[in-house]
Design a binder for this molecule. Structure first.
Ligand SMILES: NC(=O)c1ccc[n+]([C@@H]2O[C@H](COP(=O)([O-])OP(=O)(O)OC[C@H]3O[C@@H](n4cnc5c(N)ncnc54)[C@H](OP(=O)(O)O)[C@@H]3O)[C@@H](O)[C@H]2O)c1
Length: 284
């Protein structure tokens, strides 16, 4: 994280994602400013961040509006972390000085479905990196895909990647269009896993297990399998084959899943999410 140790990061929006990012970054950047209109949320941020921020060096400023910041030294990065439907009003209606201040630094946007072109017209420049994180970022286990506009330098790419590493793993994609595929896979993916756990629990209960036990067995099984996958470095197919003895119980279950069109159904689900992501980006 040494590439970002001298940076000042400003967040527009201090909600769940901004809090997770700021918390992950507090030990690695020089200073953090969070602009958040809700007093309760500002107080939560101060409680969450203040003690450790002072112990670990990152200074923290939490304000209700960019207008009240007197010392308008441009941040090194502006992170857009409001809801997509809030961005136009958040950037509109500002004084010229504040607009210039917010428009000066390169910008990292985590807004789902808001394109580089839209962001560029709202910000008045095109030095933008778009990030598509997912919910496990809230516990620093996120999967974020990044895409940069042509105006972003190599050094800025390295910095943007280091910023998002504060909440998990990062991958660059070649083109903005691929963010719809990312949304379908890792963006919406945690919900597919939750739905899979629900189905396991329901089936376990129907086989006679008490609900709380079925829940525990299913959750820990998914957690353990996910950890094996990430820690072993083996392909999922190799891990699956290792636990599937010929004629055994796992083979019987997997054959049933395949007979029922499991892979085809997953592909159809991802295609539906992909299509919906395109529609949302186009304002539908
Ligand atoms: N959560 C996820 O798992 C996830 C995953 C992928 C992408 N994202 C993206 O991340 C972004 C943030 O999501 P989130 O879950 O963190 O949402 P959130 O908790 O609702 O955070 C947005 C925050 O921005 C504040 N805000 C509204 N207007 C503002 C303004 N004019 N100036 C400054 N701050 C303003 C909101 O305040 P109020 O409460 O007063 O409205 C709220 O605290 C979204 O664009 C979403 O698409 C989230």
């Amino acid at each position: 994280m040494s590439t970002i140790s001298s940076l000042h990061i400003a967040f527009l929006g201090g909600g769940n994602m901004a809090q997770a990012l700021a918390l992950g970054l507090r030990a690695h950047v020089h200073s953090i400013t969070i602009i958040e209109p809700l007093e309760d949320t500002r107080e939560r941020i101060r409680v969450l961040m203040a003690p450790k921020a002072s112990a670990q060096g990152a200074s923290l400023q939490v304000v209700a509006s960019a207008e009240v910041i007197e010392d308008k030294v441009p941040a090194d990065w502006l992170v857009l972390a409001v809801k997509p439907q809030q961005i136009a009003s958040a950037l509109g209606g500002l004084s010229d000085a504040t607009r210039r201040w917010l428009g000066a630094p390169p910008t990292l946007s985590i807004l789902a479905g808001t394109t580089l072109a839209t962001l560029s017209s709202l910000l008045g420049h095109a030095r933008i990196v778009r990030a598509m994180p997912n919910t496990p970022a809230l516990i620093s286990e996120g999967m974020t895909a990044l895409v940069a506009s042509a105006e972003i330098s190599t050094e800025q790419r390295i910095q943007a990647e280091a910023l998002m590493r504060a909440v998990g793993q990062v991958q660059w994609v070649e083109s903005e269009a691929l963010l719809d595929a990312v949304t379908a896979l890792s963006g919406s993916g945690p919900a597919y896993v939750f739905a899979f756990v629900e189905a396991l629990v329901q089936a376990g209960e129907r086989l006679g297990l008490p609900p709380h036990q079925a829940q525990m067995l299913a959750s820990q099984t998914v957690k353990g399998a996910a950890l094996m996958l990430s820690e072993s470095g083996d392909l999922p197919s190799a891990l699956r084959e290792r636990v599937t003895s010929k004629g055994g119980t796992t083979a019987a279950a997997l054959a049933t899943l395949q007979d029922g069109g499991f892979n085809t159904l997953i592909e159809r689900a991802l295609r539906a999410a992909y299509q919906r992501s395109i529609e949302i980006s186009q304002g539908a």
